[in-house]
Design a protein around this ligand. Sequence first.
Ligand code: NAD
Length: 349
Amino acid sequence: MKKLRYGIIGAGGCGQGKHLSSYSLLSDDVELVAVCDLIPERANAAADRFNVEAAYTDYNEMLREEKLDLVSVATPNDVHAPATIAALKAGCNVHCEKPASLTPALVQSMIDARDASGKKLMIGLNNRFTNWAQFAKKLVDDGGLGEIYHAKCGWKRRRGIPGKGGWFTTKARSGGGPLIDLGVHFIDVTNYIMGFPTPVTVTGETYSKFADGQPFNPKASSYTGTYDVEDLAIGMVRYENGCSMELEFSWASNIECEYRFCELYGTKGGLRYANGELTIFTQVNGVSVDSTPKLAKDSAWGNAETRYYVDCIRKNKEPLARPEEAVVIMKIITSLYKSAEKHKEVTIK
Ligand SMILES: NC(=O)c1ccc[n+]([C@@H]2O[C@H](COP(=O)([O-])OP(=O)(O)OC[C@H]3O[C@@H](n4cnc5c(N)ncnc54)[C@H](O)[C@@H]3O)[C@@H](O)[C@H]2O)c1
């Protein structure tokens, strides 16, 4: 079978560390053809590192010249929608990084472009492809925890603002701080495991306490760029089916250590994923029992996800991390920002 001609738009940390590293392992199915990055030295260095012949600085030119079948988009968040739409129009399947875009309407415009193209579009939500998430999804789907009526999720960092002063901390480019950056992963995986109930309202607050003048670390505190996003977001979502979800995401806060978690409260049992460990809480003959599934070690960042996406393209299967679900997640996120602005609960439209 003909190999898929592959190109990437955005060859920074995620573009090289996740996409190029993972797709380069699939040489039976994928031919790395072209790399595009706005920074010419970065495009050339990535092309050298992954043995790719063509390097571009303009993705429209790359799409015109290279007749690609599959394109990764791993740029700053504000470029996701225009680059994805251009690649779909050029007849490519697209693997776009999270968050899908900055607003629900922009994600919808990506879905419309996908539908017009007849190609596939998957969002890079790698947490869904972990062994704990797949185990939890099946357990909940099989009724192992009973009715899920409450969830908590979060990703809290003590110190970990990405690229302080760069695009991550510039709202017009990123869409926000840790809520959209880290939140998108754990809000998504929690909703996925719960079966994507329909969210109806959200209430939340955001705080920005680690911009200028706050103790951070000597290197990062000398930044000169923009910092107009939150560094802590907290909130609660209510769903149409009566269940609720609390959330907390931070890039910097004075807590003990970094903590990534998802907790589910069910009528028959509960579940906690915390920093790599999964525990199930049940009762046997009236006695509380905690069990820890012995899950296989996850493959490296992005490997399971890229293998899966190539398989979807080959077998014409609908990919798991659907952009329709990204619209729901984006609605939760943008509604929480609205709620924080107004200091009151808002209805999710
Ligand atoms: N799934 C994950 O676990 C994960 C982890 C990190 C980052 N990400 C996502 O990946 C994306 C990139 O993040 P990053 O950390 O690699 O950022 P980065 O700044 O390291 O890399 C982004 C690259 O895109 C390039 N770029 C910007 N505009 C471009 C354009 N118009 N055309 C071509 N190239 C362009 C930049 O020059 C830069 O090299 C973000 O959306 C981020 O949220 C996902």
